[in-house]
Design a binder for this molecule. Structure first.
Ligand SMILES: Nc1ncnc2c1ncn2[C@@H]1O[C@H](COP(=O)(O)OP(=O)(O)OP(=O)(O)O)[C@@H](O)[C@H]1O
Ligand SMILES: [Mg+2]
Length: 302
């Protein structure tokens, strides 16, 4: 039995129009939070639907929790929580009734947990489903995905429509799910929120994997912007040419430069002067992500 939560090999989906996903090799380990990132039309929803067996691959293989989603779908579905990207909720029942319906479909659901989820997301259970705002419909979808504490959560743009406060509540739920040993595979365009919770991310573009990396490694690769404020005059020549240091310039008593790797040489040189303040900015994943799109050529796989 495979230990991976999701394992795809050469997974491809060709739509009549041509696009979809191509040759996707992806492994999500059990118990990890994995971010699946990419711009509109990249193939995120297509991949997730194949994991759920809502659409079938053109070629390639896919194992989910060690099972084949096509042949063992019923067994698998009980262990999966899915939040679709295009959630359609337009029934005339109220939220409480709909959640009770979802709970009956799932079977073993702890009512106290459903109540807690709804309360934490500030979801009013007396409201009619069809009259809910987009964000509140999204909350119903989130409660429905989490209510049976599934082994694997597949969440397609889970924070879309949520306000910043509710995004944080959601991220707390994701972190708690991981603490309970659940696996979370979530897609997003919003990288800053993924980097807060995910250990690893995959970036997909035009149906192909561009990068799989840990968030930490991505950040490590990134060039830092450093600013050092001295209490006295200094010479830029002391800093230009130092190991890992680039783009050196002076602004009064302040030195600006970039560091791509260890800051050791820079810090030791700076220590020869009196230092008033030192700032080091690591770019967030957002700017790294944009970098991936300007880079052309072979996929970067770490
Ligand atoms: N049913 C379909 N028939 C034909 N083409 C499709 C179909 N569904 C998706 N596609 C195409 O496949 C590609 C991937 O779409 P997909 O919905 O998986 O992207 P996505 O990454 O989820 O995008 P978004 O961020 O906009 O949700 C797109 O070019 C899309 O137009
Ligand atoms: Mg999508």
């Amino acid at each position: 039995m495979t230990l991976a939560a999701i394992e795809t090999s050469g997974l491809s989906k060709r739509y009549p129009g041509g696009r979809g996903v191509a040759d996707l090799d992806l492994t999500v380990q059990r118990g990890e939070i994995f971010g699946f990132l990419g711009p509109n039309g990249a193939g995120k929803t297509t991949t997730m639907k194949m994991i759920l067996d809502l659409i079938r691959p053109t070629s390639g293989t896919i194992r989910v929790l060690g099972l084949d989603p096509v042949a063992q779908g019923a067994e698998l579905r009980a262990q999966l929580g899915y939040l679709p990207g295009e959630l359609v909720l337009d029934g005339s029942e109220n939220v409480g009734e709909l959640l009770a319906f979802f709970a009956r479909l799932q079977g073993s659901v702890d009512q106290a947990w459903v109540t807690e989820l709804a309360d934490r997301l500030e979801l009013d259970r007396s409201r009619k489903v069809k009259n809910l705002s987009k964000g509140n419909k999204q909350k119903v979808g989130i409660v429905q995905a989490f209510m049976h504490r599934p082994a694997l959560l597949v969440l397609d743009e889970p924070t879309s429509g949520l306000d910043p406060l509710m995004q944080q509540v959601f991220l707390n739920l994701v972190t708690e799910a991981k603490d309970h040993g659940q696996t979370v595979f979530m897609s997003s365009h919003i990288l800053s929120e993924v980097q807060e919770v995910a250990e690893r991310v995959a970036i997909i573009k035009d149906g192909r994997l561009v990068t799989i990396s840990t968030v930490a490694a991505l950040q490590q690769q990134a060039v830092s912007q450093v600013e050092i404020r001295f209490a006295e005059d200094f010479s830029t020549e002391d800093f230009a040419g130092l190991e890992h240091v680039g783009a050196v310039r002076a602004d009064g008593h302040t030195l600006h430069c970039t560091v791509d790797g260890s800051v050791d040489a820079l810090v030791k040189q700076a220590a020869r002067y009196r230092v008033e303040a030192l700032f080091c900015h690591k770019p967030d994943l957002e700017s790294l992500f944009m970098d991936e799109y300007v880079k052309e050529g072979a996929p970067v796989v770490h």
